[in-house]
Design a protein around this ligand. Structure first.
Ligand code: GRF
Length: 190
């Protein structure tokens, strides 16, 4: 049975695009049912529009409390009836109530080899530590940030002369394979 996938973005949306391109393959057992952005100007929305994919904006600046924003998010998602919700560069912390409600269906991609470097500036932190390799992690979302069960990881080398930007580009390329691979694995499970 074709699984229903929602994708939450805040910006460029390159991972969202990688997921949607994978799902466009006729034998992929999932389809995007909602691309949701908390920012009206997210570049990723252009792709959703161009491809005619269902999309929506819930502008977080219109909500005073995090709970109210998450309630609006929850209502939009509930209407789309997703089997899985993929966070893809979604830059809002979600309330524990929201995370608990969608537990087991909510996954994220993070640009480090968790449990190393949860949070921000992961590439600079890997460089500062002198790490020989970096990478990305797809994991379940739990109330504690970047701490949920790991679904998959991809590794890339740190190369001489790397800056946070060059390392970020290499990691992002790996993300574009890892995230669709993990999605396929999850939606293929009974
Ligand atoms: C990615 O590096 C992802 O790991 C992190 O946010 C970034 C999103 O990039 N969570 P994009 O919007 O998918 O291009």
């Amino acid at each position: 049975m074709t699984k229903r996938v929602a994708i939450l973005i805040s910006g460029r949306g390159s991972n969202m695009r990688a997921l949607c391109e994978a799902m466009a393959s006729p034998d992929f057992p999932a389809k995007p049912v909602l691309i949701l952005s908390n920012r009206p100007d997210a570049a990723g929305l252009d792709y959703a529009r161009a491809e005619g994919l269902p999309h929506a904006v819930i502008d977080h600046t219109q909500y005073e409390a995090r709970e109210a924003f998450d309630a609006a998010l929850d209502a939009e998602l509930s209407a789309a009836q997703p089997d899985l919700i993929c966070l893809a560069g979604f830059m809002r912390l979600l309330t524990p109530g929201f995370v608990e409600k969608w537990a087991g269906k909510l996954i994220n991609i993070h640009p480090s080899l968790l449990p190393k470097y949860p949070g921000l500036k992961t590439h600079q932190r890997a460089l500062d530590a002198g790490d020989a390799e970096a990478g990305c992690t797809v994991h379940y979302v739990v109330p504690e940030m970047d701490a949920g069960e790991i679904i998959g990881q991809a590794r890339v080398p740190v190369l001489p002369g790397d800056t946070a930007e060059t390392l970020e580009d290499r990691v992002r390329e790996a993300e574009h394979t890892l995230y669709p691979d993990c999605l396929l694995r999850l939606v293929s499970q009974a």
